[in-house]
Design a protein. Sequence first.
Length: 263
Amino acid sequence: MKNPIRFFLVALLLIGIDQASKLWILHYMQSHLYMPINIIGNWLKFQYVLNPGMAFGMELQHQYGKLFLSLFRMFAMVGIGWYLVYLAKRNAPNGLLYAMALILAGAIGNVIDSTFYGVYLNNAPFGAPTRWFHGQVIDFIFFDLWEGILPRWIPIWGGQYFSMPIFNFADSCIFVGVCLILFFQRRFYQQQAEEEAQRTTVDHMHESDAAVATTQPTYELERPVANTLAGDEQEEQTEHKTDLDSKPSPVGVNAENDTDKKE
């Protein structure tokens, strides 16, 4: 069994980075009139946007869609945390556990936004039933690689305008964690099977050693008992022989009696 605490600590560190980056970009953009910040040329930018829906700007078109989404995120957060503990108890590979920690951190980071930002940052959409659970997620990482009209032969989205999505650190954690599981799941579970086989072999060796250690003292205790019994029998035979030697011989007694009579 592995201690899940260290993986929760990793998730907690990532959550702190996510929240710090969102609050920093909010206050920085407010003081700079929300102008984009070029990080690497013109293709990697920090651009402040509010996302009322899911990851990468997707939305649920319903009055209570945001509420359902926030509640779903909370249940998913609890489920992911429980599964992380379950995997740790089963000695899952560290790579799989760290991937789950990434996903958990991303889920919690966005849950914090949607649960509390509508109240404390007052960024709930206009007309929201309540500010609780209707906070908008802060996105700011923008890879401005291409934008334009998609070809019409593309199913569903053909002929529509497309721009690269803007996301945040929490979305990145979820994306990286899922990719690690998809690309390395065979290695993760193969490593887990090898560790379980090795652990089973070691357990059998320990059981064999324990059986030998339990049997050997019994044998050593039985041997002195047998020797003691043999020694007691030998002593009894010696004492019996001594008693016989100490008794006068009947022949000798008769001879002495005859001598006395003659005299």
